[in-house]
Design a protein around this ligand. Structure first.
Ligand SMILES: N[C@@H](CCC(=O)N[C@@H](CS)C(=O)NCC(=O)O)C(=O)O
Length: 310
């Protein structure tokens, strides 16, 4: 199997979701630390514009968004499963955690004392200013939560999660962890990272014990790689993962299309459509350094448009 190359940075919650899923599946991986703010020239060489963290690269296939990365890991290592048949709501619950819960958690955690704990010595006034400017552009037209709203909503969500675990468990949807456990865990991991802000978790004993179990899964084995090496791996790859454009989905193979996330970080990626299903859209694009890359996105949370010739 080609190397699984994760492009990430240590304090990214969504990266922690993937690191834990790699740990759960006992898959060894290569680790590339990418910048936390734009510019990210080596990331964009691979994706064509998508800038969110993390990315999973396998040869010249690049997988964007952790919902899709979860499916790729599931296909590579079906056991232990992230989608037990006994938990059909694992996907929708993961999506709730990755959006609703995530924004409450981040808004709460990034209060000044939390941001100082997360960023440590890096949190100079200049770094904080550059970070704020970058994230304002990243949010685009998305309305960001106020701290007052995030605080009350986070407490409601934490109480519901705690009650679910106290009544059932030991995992969120029963006897085994599923993808939703990883989506909830990364948001709460970020709150724990935020030093004094972690007190919001204190009243919830069942949730706290579950989070300890989740984080004990660990990250399995990783070894460092440089982004220059990753671009060379892509350029040298012999081919791509098999893909095809399904019938009756509104698009044709070979069409010029543009794909973008619909929530935030909506930077468009243009390419030739080579794969389309209910779960995934795949574009082929070329880059001077990365060669011919297939960039994969999930369907949920993304928009595909035909590129109209100028
Ligand atoms: N839906 C995306 C969300 C990813 C996301 O929001 N990642 C954050 C970091 S945790 C990000 O991209 N921040 C800006 C950046 O890293 O440039 C996923 O599941 O991968």
């Amino acid at each position: 199997m080609a190397d699984l190359i994760l492009h990430h940075y240590p304090n990214s919650p969504f990266a922690e979701k993937v690191r834990l899923m790699l740990g759960f599946k006992r898959l060894p991986w290569r680790s590339i630390f990418i910048p936390t703010v734009m510019p990210k020239p080596d990331v964009v060489a691979l994706t064509g514009g998508y800038r969110k963290t993390p990315l999973l690269q396998v040869g010249a296939d690049v997988y964007c968004d952790t919902a899709l990365i979860a499916r790729v890991l599931e296909a590579l290592a079906p056991q232990p499963t992230l989608c037990p048949a006994s938990a059909p709501l694992s996907g929708p619950l993961a999506q709730w955690a990755d959006s609703v819960l995530f924004w409450c958690a981040v808004t709460w955690a990034m209060q000044p004392a939390g941001a100082a704990a997360i960023l440590g010595a890096q949190a100079t006034p200049e770094v904080m200013k550059a970070f704020a400017i970058d994230r304002a552009a990243f949010a685009g037209t998305m309305r960001r939560m106020t701290l007052a709203d995030a605080t009350v909503q986070l407490r409601t969500h934490l109480a519901a999660l705690d009650a679910q675990l106290a009544a059932g468990g030991p995992w969120l949807l029963g006897a085994a962890p599923c993808v939703a456990d990883f989506s909830v865990a990364h948001a709460l991991w970020f709150i724990r990272l935020a030093g004094p802000m972690a007190q919001v978790l204190a009243p919830h004993a069942a949730l706290g014990a579950w989070l300890d179990r989740m984080l004990a899964i660990g990250h399995h084995l990783s070894s460092p790689m440089s982004s220059t090496e990753a671009l060379a791996v892509s350029a040298a790859a012999a081919g791509h993962a098999a893909t095809a454009v399904g019938a009756d989905l509104g698009f044709d193979a070979g069409q010029a299309v543009v794909v973008n996330a619909i929530d935030y970080g909506t930077d468009p990626v243009a390419g030739t459509l080579v794969g389309l299903s209910a779960d995934e859209v795949v574009l082929r694009r070329s880059d001077e350094r990365a060669g011919t890359v297939h960039v994969h996105f999930p369907r949920i949370g993304f928009q595909i448009k035909k590129e109209t010739p100028q």
